[in-house]
Design a protein around this ligand. Structure first.
Ligand code: PAF
Length: 288
């Protein structure tokens, strides 16, 4: 397991592997690794000959300086965890390596895919930051495949758009959201929840389950959303959004008649959390 800090070192380390015809797998992260990241690294390990994990807290995707300052930085533990899950190389650059003096180029995905949900709440700069750093990381690593987590559903849609539009030669793989036994979606931000807020945060996954339960009982999207909102309200949580949206375009839907996601974002105490589930259509009455 090796740590590299510069793009030049990274390319030097990968060149002989690539020349030998080995497949490069890549998992981009902002560190503070948890089981969700490790499941992606294991998937990359299973599908590649050499696995690169990046650990970089990307300043350009934070709309809130306090959130950036509070973001956990645990590089030593991250390196050990990445190695234990099968990484061969950790790429952990300093900000100046990716954003050198005079940096003035940005990747922007326009349209509803970046203007809704996270884009609406965090400002469009958020996805500019994500699209730009992911493009830079993909260009630096040059992987055959890159793994992203389903918890950041909108990020996945944005990354797929960038890869398709710029013709980047990489396959995008998506790993399922990993949850704590009580249902809380794993997130690097969870460590900042107080014990009381950690309990209240369970309302997010409960709300998403309530949406599915309502759909199972024949509810349309509006009624299913109301069921989810009621779960959040019971814990005094007013979400930034709770929507049922088309999984491909993220446009709101009126009924669950295709692949639909229920997506939620809310502040629990000082911590902003997101979660989502795929909502499946109700089984036909005769089949219930
Ligand atoms: O999902 C994340 O951790 C980040 O948005 C990513 C993809 C590593 C880009 O900074």
């Amino acid at each position: 397991m090796r740590i590299v800090r510069t793009v030049a070192e990274l390319r030097d380390a990968l060149a002989p592997r690539r020349a030998a015809g080995e497949r490069v797998g890549f998992v981009p992260t902002m560190g503070a690794l948890h089981e969700g990241h490790l499941s992606l690294i294991r998937a990359a390990r299973a599908g590649s000959d050499v696995v690169v994990v990046s650990v970089f807290v990307n300043p350009t995707q934070f709309n809130d300086p306090a959130d950036l300052a509070a973001y956990p930085r645990t590089e030593e533990a991250d390196v050990a965890l990445a190695a234990s899950a099968g990484a061969d190389l950790v790429f952990a650059p300093e900000p100046a390596e990716l954003y050198p003096h005079g940096y003035a180029t940005s990747v922007t995905v326009t349209g509803p895919v970046t203007e809704s949900l996270e884009g609406a709440q965090r400002g469009r700069g958020h996805f500019d930051g994500v699209a730009t750093v992911v493009t830079k990381l993909l260009l630096a690593v040059g992987p055959d495949a890159a793994w992203f987590g389903a918890k950041d559903a909108q990020q996945v849609v944005v990354v797929r758009r960038v890869v398709a539009d710029l013709g980047l030669p990489v396959r995008i793989e998506v790993g399922p959201t990993v949850r704590e036994p009580d249902g809380l979606a794993m997130s690097s931000r969870n460590v900042r929840l107080s014990p009381a807020d950690r309990t209240r945060a369970l309302a997010l996954s409960r709300a998403l389950r309530a949406v599915q339960a309502a759909v199972d009982c024949g509810a349309d999207a509006a009624a299913a959303r109301a069921a989810g909102l009621a779960e959040l309200a019971a814990d005094g949580i007013e979400p930034e959004y709770l929507v049922l949206a088309d999984a491909g375009t993220l446009e709101p839907v009126e009924s669950v008649d295709r692949r639909v996601l229920a997506l939620v974002a809310a502040r629990v105490g000082p911590v902003r959390l997101i979660d989502n589930v795929t909502v499946t259509p109700a089984a036909p009455t005769g089949a219930r």
